[in-house]
Design a protein around this ligand. Structure first.
Ligand code: ADP
Ligand code: MG
Length: 592
């Protein structure tokens, strides 16, 4: 296996004898080594894994990914002269990793529930054999990113083996059969050997040929998201929300239902037992499209609360590197991070150990640049092999006390194009998902309109604008209603309030735990909202024909409309509602 992370230089592996000078929590200072920034180093007798994060003259500052309690000054330090890399190849899917890509299963099998120090476990099994079928032949010219063969990684996912980004040449030999990830499957005329596994430094974005416009929606089946605040494939979205407002439920819904082919889920443990829930729940989830376990198209990165902060800091980079790798095969990948606030807190803790000048609320001054470096790795691209792939990133943010003015929320909102604002008051009213429709936004609405108009309905955008206008009018009327009650309003305004209620309760509210309502295909989303609009149009006409508001509010078709979303047979139910509506409005002589 050729190492690709340092193609430009091969540095001599002379043994530099370093030693620990100081230990401060996860931050260790060493002397006597001369590494580069972000080199991985082995710290102490136990060879704990760490990464160089600062070099000040003779002193090297290292963040250590493992518990440093037993480490003392004077112990040895060794520079490995390699960056922190992710191992990329078949076997990633279905695996649960810690922040530095150690498989949790292997770790717990060797050590029980407590992760011991100094244990290195390869990210990808060296023993497992995979059936490799070449897609290039001897004599073909290949370059970085060329798909050289295929492996059936899970029942429904084909792993496309890529020529590592910085290699190229003519194929001199290519094999077919069962191999481990380190066996050579392809040899180039210049002698370079390619195996099914490659390594990539996690802090460096993987290259692509070209960035493409984010003009295709990531379909989530969540009505409020798809219809009002859609995210594009390759786009970025933030979900800030106080404790218990529904961030995790949304991230899970996306992981389960969004139409990406691969999911990378980075869990950063909000509450003590939350990651445990993810670890036990996720493996039980079913992929609704194939019936196979959802884990078969998922890579899970888990930071439990007993893991050191530096590993949490690294987990985000490990996750996005894996996401980019599947993107490079031509897949649409969705990455969920829950919650990025825990990542930012890890940065804050390390920064304070470094005694850096703190910025706002103690976060380091480079918080926003780290956030943007991360989100900028999202995108829809033409891959090096000419295929199209995407990485969409949805980050939950948990501002203390639900106060969105704090630095992590603000820093994130400056970068992400979609803002799903979770609202504590909506949650208290049990309006789920508790996404505030007045303050949330999507900057993709305009670029995605064409897609919805072409693929769902020519009236898609119109319908969205119509319902938004009703909801905004409702908010304006609310003040008057609070002062004098709704009865004091003119009848047409009372109708506006009733239609707004229908939009909120029938359309926006969606129960993640209801077998049918949990996922709404786009055509149903459209029909549901269009039916509410049809009622609204007919009711308006009725008012002009002297029908009273109360007669309209009492119509049975409203009740039926409210149940539509729960019905398995949506088309049948839709027809029932339409028939009932016709009947009722005919009785009032609004229709002939
Ligand atoms: P957070 O991650 O923001 O702390 P959670 O995602 O754990 O909050 O949500 C808290 C609770 O809110 C859930 O356990 C569930 O009872 C309820 N909830 C949130 N979203 C929904 C939804 N779409 N449908 C039904 N219940 C929901
Ligand atoms: Mg949560």
């Amino acid at each position: 296996m050729q190492e690709i992370e340092r193609p430009e230089v091969t540095r001599p592996m002379e043994e530099t004898a370093g030693e620990i000078y100081r230990v401060a929590g996860p931050v260790v200072t060493a002397t006597g080594i001369h590494p580069r920034m972000y080199d991985v180093v082995e710290v102490g007798h136990e060879k704990l894994m760490g990464e160089v994060i600062q070099i000040v003259e003779e002193k090297t500052i290292i963040q250590v990914y493992e518990d440093t309690n037993a480490v003392r000054p004077g112990e040895p330090v060794r520079d490995t002269k390699a960056s922190l890399v992710a191992e990329l190849g078949p076997g990633l899917l279905g695996t649960i990793y810690d922040g530095i890509q150690r498989p949790l299963k292997v770790l717990t099998e060797t050590m029980g529930d407590f992760i011991l120090r100094g244990v290195s476990a390869p990210g990808i099994s060296r023993e497992k054999r995979w059936g490799f079928t070449p897609t290039v032949a001897v004599g073909d010219t290949i370059q970085g990113g060329t798909i050289i063969g295929k492996v059936q990684e899970t029942t429904h996912t084909e792993h496309r083996v890529l020529c590592p980004p910085k290699m190229s040449g003519k194929v001199a030999d290519i094999k077919e059969g069962e191999f481990t990830v380190t066996d050579t499957v392809c040899t180039l005329d210049n002698g370079q050997k390619i195996s099914m596994m490659q390594k990539w430094p996690v802090r460096v974005p993987r290259p692509s040929a070209e960035k493409l416009m984010p003009s295709i929606p990531l379909i989530t089946g969540q009505r409020v998201l798809d219809m009002f605040f859609p995210v594009a494939k390759g786009g970025t979205a933030a979900i800030p929300g106080g404790f218990g407002t529904g961030k995790t439920v949304i991230e899970h819904q996306l992981a389960k239902w969004c139409d990406s082919e691969i999911v990378v889920y980075i869990g950063c443990g909000e509450r003590g037992n939350e990651m445990t829930e993810v670890l036990t729940d996720f493996p039980k989830l079913e992929d609704p499209r194939t019936g196979a376990p959802l884990m078969e198209r998922t890579v899970l990165i888990a930071n439990t609360s007993n893991m050191p902060v530096a590993a949490r800091e690294a987990s985000v980079y490990t996750g996005i590197t894996i996401a980019e790798y599947y993107r490079d095969m031509g897949y649409d990948v969705a990455l969920m991070a829950d919650s990025t606030s825990r990542w930012a807190e890890a940065m804050r803790e390390i920064s304070s150990r470094l005694e850096e000048m703190p910025g706002e609320e103690g976060y380091p001054a480079y918080l926003s640049s780290r956030l943007s470096e991360f989100y900028e790795r999202a995108g829809r691209v033409k891959t090096l092999s000419g295929a199209e792939g995407s990485v969409s990133v949805v980050g939950a943010v948990s501002p203390p006390g639900g106060d969105f003015s704090e630095p992590v929320t603000q820093g994130t909102l400056r970068i992400t194009k979609v803002f799903w604002a979770l609202d504590t008051r909506l949650r208290e009213r049990r309006h789920f998902p508790s996404i505030n429709w007045l303050t949330s936004y999507s900057l993709y609405n305009i670029t995605l309109s064409d897609w919805f108009v072409e693929n769902v309905s020519p009236h898609w955008s119109e319908l969205r604008e119509w319902s938004m206008a009703i909801l905004q009018r409702e908010a304006e009327l609310q003040e008057i209603v609070q002062l004098v009650g709704s009865d004091a309003l003119p009848e047409d305004e009372q109708l506006t309030l009733e239609v707004a209620r229908m939009i909120r309760e029938f359309f926006l509210q969606q129960n993640a735990f209801h077998s049918v309502d949990t996922f709404a295909p786009l055509d149903r989303q459209y029909e549901l909202l269009a039916t509410i609009k049809r009622f609204s149009d007919l009711a308006k006409k009725a008012l002009s024909l002297e029908v009273t508001y109360q007669e309209l509010a009492d119509m049975d078709s409203i009740t039926l409309l409210g149940k539509m979303k729960y019905e398995e047979d949506f088309a049948g139910e839709h027809k029932k509602v339409m028939d009932k509506m016709d009947e009722e409005f005919r009785q009032k002589e609004v229709m002939s």
